[in-house]
Design a protein around this ligand. Structure first.
Ligand code: B4P
Length: 190
């Protein structure tokens, strides 16, 4: 099994690069952002609660996202592997993911982090906000809150994988193809 964590701040290109990775390596894409947006679109109770937090630029509680990922792992028992996009976003989520995979005799092979400067993140997210109408991309204040949440709660997740020698960072600025080339080099080394 090949299990990869794609990491980076909001707007780093995780969702964009995940599409390329699933095509090339035949992995199942698990994006907690997409799973939460689907709950919102379906008007579920979980979706209604998550929407309030997401629109304010805050993280959704750990137990909610861990439960979603656990269900997805159980329903894809024959998968060749998974790409985790936007998860884990806290150290507690990273610990839970390790336990979930261990119970299936599996593990994370590596984390690839996309490095992008804050001014480029802001530019990309404001542009996507205009094009897609995504509420959490709609204004600078909410984007700034997401980046603060990332620095406070998500950045320490990199240390969790560094301690296991599973961390690689690559430049996330450039064309989508160039960046994908850098990711492939890392993944092919696993
Ligand atoms: P996500 O859906 O994960 O959103 P994101 O981090 O903002 O987006 P991503 O990083 O995937 O965007 P991409 O770069 O692809 O999360 C949304 C919210 O859900 C969170 O704020 C949180 O509230 C909640 N949530 C999700 N997971 C959670 C968890 N585990 N725990 C708690 N809460 C959770 O794209 C950005 C833009 O850049 C796009 O428009 C793209 O076209 C553009 N772009 C990409 N690559 C580019 C490049 N090379 N050059 C120029 N533009 C590029």
């Amino acid at each position: 099994m090949l299990n990869l964590v794609l990491f980076g701040p909001p707007g780093a290109g995780k969702g964009t690069q995940s599409q390329n990775i699933i095509e090339k390596f035949g992995l199942i894409h698990l994006s907690t952002g997409d799973l939460l947006r689907s709950e919102i679109a379906n008007g579920t109770e979980l979706g209604l609660e998550a929407k309030k937090l997401m629109d304010a630029g805050m993280l959704v509680p750990d137990e909610v996202v861990i439960g979603m990922i656990s269900n997805k792992l159980d329903s894809n028992k024959d998968a060749k592997g998974f790409i985790f996009d936007g998860f884990p976003r806290t150290v507690a989520q990273a610990e839970a993911l390790d336990s979930l995979l261990k119970s299936k005799d599996s593990q994370i092979n590596g984390m690839v982090a996309l490095e992008v400067a804050p001014e480029e993140l802001l530019h990309r997210l404001l542009l996507r906000g205009k094009e897609s109408g995504r509420p959490d991309d709609a204004n600078e204040e909410v984007i700034a809150k997401r980046i603060r949440e990332y620095n406070d709660k998500t950045a320490p997740v990199a240390d969790f994988y560094k301690a296991q020698n599973k961390f690689t960072s690559i430049n996330g600025i450039g064309s989508i193809e160039e960046i994908f080339g850098g990711i492939c080099e890392v993944v092919e080394g696993y």
